[in-house]
Ligand binder design. Structure first.
Ligand code: CAP
Ligand code: MG
Length: 420
């Protein structure tokens, strides 16, 4: 407990719930430290004092009131540019130990040598604003709905309606990849053709985020196909493709001009149980390290769980360059030259949420509206107009109601979604 972590240590902070067979939090943290590094359930003749001296981790913080422990691991325990190995250590076997009832990885602090081993985001918020030419407002997007079911031409038409209506970005849904009724290549060609027409018609840059989620070799081929056809974004479902594939696709796209949008479908299997798994904060840190340009972190006001404090902390860890150690919820982190990741709020949002979204989450965001666009009484293009009108209202300092007087699409959105 008197160990002073060195700047070369990786620090993991855990919430620990001990099981009846566990003596106390000290015992629990010792078992966690052992099982995540050099120890096992019993003494072994093969572990020498030298190895122990060189590699043993140290618990240096135990907060009995919050049941939180912090463990410092020498970086020698890790293959620093191998994120799967790092997670197999600090987020591996320890979850299943009988001595614990629950375990939740709250946060990780990476030492500079590990931070330097990763590329981080290629674009950063500045780079995305430069590419999209959207300067002083959130980027606005929709998700083609129904999630799956449309054919390639119908899909492209809906994208066109959303872009003409005023949205910057249209994305595939998390479960749309290449279906018998909607083949990836044909969808990309049709949709990018429509994008070009929408750009000419509106005079604004328009972006399509195709979902390339697939086994890695297919992801690479699909990313290449998007690039060959003039696409500038790809979307990846980060949990279902896995950490190894994420590292590889980030490296693969490093010399190509393509933004990576990270969808977090499945994250709630890890993040939702507040006593077990890992926080979206920890997951967000991993995604910035690997180099996702945009990441869903929650809306606070929409349909998915994720409270204000949790979402704001995620967005802070994605966008700040230095994080001080505020003890119980966030570890200190110095990101060095790693660029920020642009947070995305999506899920159950309608134009009526925009004042609260700007108030709570601010403008350096992507806001996405699926049902909140295509569910507009007058259809997708009107839905997109209503979203754009709502943003204009807030940025011009007027209420949505006032702005709706001269903007019928917004008025109709209020009619449909305004009733509590
Ligand atoms: C939103 C969405 C997004 C979720 C992801 C959906 O659609 O397309 O995938 O928002 O949630 O499939 O539900 P709606 P999160 O706008 O129609 O809700 O961003 O929390 O990971
Ligand atoms: Mg979705």
């Amino acid at each position: 407990m008197d160990y002073e972590p060195s700047e070369n240590d990786l620090i993991a902070m855990y919430f620990v719930e001990i099981s009846p067979e566990c003596r106390n939090l000290e015992h629990a943290s010792e078992e966690i430290a052992k099982e995540s590094s050099i120890g096992t359930w019993t003494e072994i003749a093969t572990l020498s004092a030298e190895i122990a001296k060189k590699l043993k981790p140290s618990t240096f913080y135990i907060n009995k009131e919050n049941s939180i422990v912090k463990i410092a691991y020498t970086k020698e325990l890790f293959e620093i540019d191998n994120l799967p190995q790092i997670l197999s250590a600090i987020a591996g076997n320890i979850y299943g130990m009988k001595v614990l009832k629950s375990l939740r990885l709250l946060d990780i602090s990476f030492p500079k040598d590990i931070v330097k081993a990763y590329k981080g985001p290629k674009f950063g918020i500045e780079g995305i604003r430069k590419l999209t030419k959207v300067k002083d407002r959130p980027l606005l997007g929709t998700i083609v709905k129904p999630k799956v079911g449309l054919n390639e031409v119908e899909h492209a038409k809906i994208c066109g309606d959303a872009w003409i209506g005023g949205l910057d970005i249209v994305k595939d849904d998390e479960n749309l990849t290449s279906m018998t009724f909607n083949k990836f290549e044909k969808r990309i060609k049709e949709t990018l053709k429509t994008r070009d027409k929408a750009e000419n018609q509106t005079g604004e840059r328009k972006f399509y985020m195709p979902n390339i989620t697939a086994p890695l070799s297919t992801m690479k081929k699909r990313a290449d196909f998007v690039i060959e056809n003039g696409g500038e974004y790809v979307m990846v479902d980060i949990l279902t493709v896995g950490f190894s594939a994420l590292q590889e696709i980030r490296d693969y796209l490093d010399d190509k001009n393509i933004v990576i949008h990270a969808h977090r479908a499945m994250h709630a299997a890890l993040t939702r149980n507040k006593k077990h798994g890992m926080t979206m904060l920890a997951l967000s840190k991993l995604m910035r390290l690997i180099g996702m340009d945009q990441l869903h972190t929650g809306t606070v006001v929409g349909k998915m769980e994720g409270g204000k404090k949790e979402v704001l902390e995620c967005n802070k860890i994605l966008t700040a360059q230095k994080i001080p150690d505020n003890n119980t919820t966030m570890l200190n982190q110095d990101w060095g030259d790693i660029k920020p990741t642009l947070p995305v709020a999506s899920g159950g949002l309608s134009p009526l949420h925009i004042p609260d979204l700007i108030e709570i989450l601010g403008k350096d965001m992507v806001y996405q509206f699926g049902g909140g666009c295509h569910g507009h009484p007058s259809g997708t293009e009107a839905g997109a107009k209503a979203i754009r009108q709502a943003i204009d209202a807030v940025l011009n300092g007027s209420t949505l109601k006032e702005y709706a007087i001269k903007n019928t699409e917004l008025a109709k959105a209020i009619e449909k979604w305004g009733k509590k």
